[in-house]
Design a binder for this molecule. Structure first.
Ligand code: AP5
Length: 214
C-alpha cells in the first residue's frame, strides 16, 4: 500500500485537487469527510455518532474515523494506492495511520500541505456548492457549474454543505489551527512534507502537486 496525504485547512482545495489527481496519479481518493457524510445520510451507527460533531465543526472522535479509514486501507490490500483527503487530522490519527501502513509493509509517499490564506478560505467556503449525489464540489464564482445551480455530471440541484455557515466555518478553522496544524511539524520532521501554493486556478494547483510529489 502506498498513501499520499493531502493536508490543508477547510476550503484549501483538498477535494477539488483530489478529483483531478485521481486520473493524473491513478490513485483511489478517500475523503474522510465524504465517508462521514455518507454514513450520516444512511443513518448508520457511526453516522449518528458523527453528526453532532460535524454540525458544530468539531472533529469526530479519533477512534471513530480511525476505525473507518484503517478498515478501508486493510481491505484495499498491498496493491492499494490511496490519496487521503482529510485524514489524518490529529497526531493520534497520524500514529494510527503509521501503524496500519507498517502492518501492510506499505509506505507514505508524501504529505502535501496546501497553503491558502485565511480570507481566501472563508470566501471559498461561503461560495461552495456540492452535488448531493456524487459529492463533486463547485464554487458560485471561481468554479461554477455549466448550468447555474446544477451538477454537470448528475444534473441534480446543487446544495450548500450544512457546515459551511459562517459560525461553523469559524469553528472549523480554529480546530485546524489547534488540532491539525501540529501535523505540519510531524510530517516535516519525518522528511515527508511538501508545501504547495493552493491559490490560482484549480488545474494549476493540481500541476504544482504533481510536480511536488515527483
Ligand atoms: P471535510 O469534509 O474533510 O472538510 P474540511 O477539511 O473542512 O475541508 P473541506 O471539504 O471544507 O475543504 P477542501 O479543502 O476539500 O476544499 P474544496 O476542494 O471543497 O470534513 C468535514 C467534517 O467531517 C469535519 O469538520 C469533521 O467534523 C469531520 N471529519 C472529517 N475528517 C475527519 C477526521 N480525520 N477526524 C475527525 N473528524 C473528521 O474547496 C472549497 C471551495 O473552494 C469549493 O467551492 C471549490 O470549488 C473552491 N476551490 C477549490 N480550489 C480552488 C482554486 N484553486 N481556485 C478557486 N476556487 C477553488
Amino acid at each position: 500500500m502506498e498513501a499520499i496525504i493531502l493536508l490543508g485547512a477547510p476550503g484549501a482545495g483538498k477535494g477539488t485537487a483530489a478529483e483531478r489527481l485521481v486520473q493524473r496519479l491513478g490513485v483511489r481518493h478517500v475523503s474522510s469527510g465524504d465517508l462521514l457524510r455518507g454514513a450520516v445520510k444512511q443513518g448508520t451507527p457511526a453516522g449518528r455518532e458523527a453528526d453532532g460533531y460535524m454540525k458544530q465543526g468539531k472533529l469526530v472522535p479519533d477512534e471513530l474515523i480511525g476505525r473507518i479509514i484503517t478498515d478501508l486501507l486493510v481491505a484495499g490490500g498491498a496493491e492499494l494506492q490511496v490519496l487521503l483527503d482529510g485524514f489524518p487530522r490529529t497526531v493520534a490519527q497520524a500514529e494510527m495511520l503509521e501503524k496500519v501502513v507498517a502492518a501492510q509493509h506499505g509506505r507514505i509517499r508524501g504529505t502535501v500541505l496546501l497553503d491558502v490564506a485565511e480570507e481566501i478560505l472563508v470566501d471559498r467556503l461561503a461560495g461552495r456548492l456540492v452535488c448531493p449525489t456524487c459529492a463533486k464540489g463547485y464554487h458560485v464564482r471561481t468554479l461554477p457549474p455549466k448550468v447555474a445551480g446544477q451538477c454537470d455530471t448528475c444534473r441534480v440541484a446543487l446544495v450548500q454543505r450544512k457546515d459551511d455557515n459562517p459560525e461553523t466555518v469559524c469553528n472549523r478553522l480554529a480546530v485546524f489551527r489547534k488540532d491539525t496544524s501540529p501535523l505540519i511539524e510531524w510530517y516535516s520532521s519525518r522528511g515527508l512534507l511538501v508545501r504547495v501554493d493552493g491559490t490560482g486556478a484549480a488545474d494549476e494547483v493540481t500541476e504544482r502537486i504533481v510536480r511536488a510529489l515527483q
